[in-house]
Design a protein around this ligand. Structure first.
Ligand code: ATP
Length: 434
């Protein structure tokens, strides 16, 4: 079996309409991508699995949130992003190429032009800044959020006064984030515009350590649920000098990418840093009144934070397989059926048999199933088309079907085929995703 490479995935994503380079016809926008039909469906499956996993917690309540993308200067000053959210940057004076200083060896020559003429290392703030309205003074400065979490912290008072929640409880949010990465790379791994799924778990200080362990376990279970191979996931506990100064513990869930083990999700016990900072900077008390002790406390926060796009890329890497079926090489995405953008494809053996199959297809679509109808090309070709996009089951209607009211179902991974009664097809598809 040939190993999966980034190039193969990028090509597949473009060929089959999962992901396109943004503004391609104008030369492309570096680090920004558009998602096509299948990519959008895969993203939807990712977000709905995450939302389900989050809201299923038996520990306490889980609330949903959808904050704004623009935030005023004051928010990002309080959060520490204005002062601290930067990467070290260095330029080659000879060819003007720009690098993240921690990405290259400055003792060596520029990998682009071969000369060794480096500028000093400068800190580069990664937030996208803009101005609100016509004013240009500091009060008009706003930023596109580099993470979704802050909008939850600054709404803490609104959230507790409108939801009748008791500690512990969580707030889960899915939304866009923007980082002006110096060198966006590895396709969806490091983008300038991306989407995050973040959950802030507010708890009493005395349960934070235990709740942190709980969420690490939950997140590991989530990766199994979406079908990622266990051996490709590991936990990396950040050393004290690596983690943010306020974080009491941070575990990165890493994936074994072809370019090395890299962070897929970060889980952090953030203490009460965030709510304390916003209390200090806004002058508004962001505490929680604990009826049991008659005291106001500042809750501690356990955060889980993952990029949808990074998980998307991970699922593709994990699923991408090249094998040989009936002496023919094929590419197959062995996605968990839950994640597969198309759950089933329906084929008439010849165009003459299309009518009953189209009827079944329309019926399944009306009921909300993500299915495709394909009547062109040989059955083998149609299988390959579906294998490449990860469709778990293909049903073929042949001349026998007219007599026995059955179709042949073919399994994507094993290519095993069997007859199935047409009235069982809906249940078959439903069972795939459970
Ligand atoms: P890295 O070290 O990989 O840059 P980070 O520590 O800066 O990540 P966090 O701030 O912890 O990342 O962000 C949480 C999650 O958001 C990451 O685990 C990742 O899944 C996702 N993420 C962060 N930056 C990007 C990006 N530029 N493109 C795509 N996803 C990202």
């Amino acid at each position: 079996m040939n190993p999966v490479t980034l190039e193969k995935l990028v090509a597949l994503c473009k060929r089959r309409g999962f992901v396109y380079q943004s503004a391609d016809i104008y030369g492309g926008l570096n680090g920004v991508y558009d998602f096509g039909h299948l990519g959008t469906l895969l993203k939807q499956n990712i977000t709905s699995s995450w939302r389900q996993a989050m809201t299923r917690t038996d520990r306490g309540d889980m609330l949903l949130f959808d904050g704004s993308i623009l935030g005023p200067h004051a928010v990002w000053e309080a959060s520490g992003h204005v002062q601290g959210f930067h990467d070290p940057m260095v330029d080659c004076l000879a060819c003007k190429h720009r690098y993240r200083a921690d990405d290259i060896d400055l003792e060596k020559a520029c990998p682009h032009c071969g000369k060794k003429e480096w500028t000093d290392i400068r800190e580069f703030n990664m937030m996208f800044q803009t101005n609100l309205g016509a004013a240009t003074d500091k009060s008009a400065i706003a930023y596109l959020r580099p993470e979704t979490a802050q909008s939850i912290y600054i709404n803490f008072k609104n959230i507790i006064s409108t939801n009748r929640v008791k500690l512990p409880f969580g707030v889960a949010q899915i939304g866009k984030a923007f980082r002006n990465e110096i060198t966006p790379k590895q396709f969806l791994f490091r983008m300038r515009e991306f989407e995050q799924m973040e959950m802030e778990w507010f708890c009493k200080p005395e349960t934070a350590a235990q709740d942190f362990e709980y969420w690490v376990e939950q997140r590991i279970a989530f990766f199994a649920h979406v079908g990622i191979k266990k051996e490709n996931i590991r936990q990396y506990e950040q050393k004290p000098h690596e983690r943010a100064h306020y974080a009491q513990r941070t575990i990165d869930i890493e994936y074994n990418f072809p370019f090395g083990w890299k962070e897929l999700e970060g889980i952090a016990n953030r203490g009460n840093y965030d709510l304390s900072q916003h209390t200090k900077f806004s002058g508004k008390e962001l505490g929680y009144f604990d009826e049991a002790t008659n005291q106001t406390i500042i809750p501690h926060v356990v955060e889980t934070s993952i990029g949808i796009d990074r998980l998307f890329l991970t699922l593709l890497f994990d699923a991408y397989t090249e094998d040989v079926v009936e002496n023919e090489e094929r590419i197959v995405l062995k996605l968990h059926p839950r994640m597969a953008p198309i759950k089933a494809a329906l084929f008439p053996l010849t165009k003459k048999l299309s009518e009953p199959v189209e009827k079944l297809y329309k019926d399944l679509k009306r009921k909300g199933y993500s299915v495709q109808f394909d009547e062109t090309g040989s059955i083998g070709k149609r299988y390959r088309r579906q294998d490449e996009i990860g469709t778990p089951a293909c049903f073929t209607y042949d001349f026998e079907s007219e007599k026995d009211s059955s179709m042949t179902v073919r399994n994507r991974d094993t290519t095993f085929q069997e007859r199935i009664s047409i009235d069982q097809i809906e249940t078959y598809i439903k069972n795939l995703t459970q």
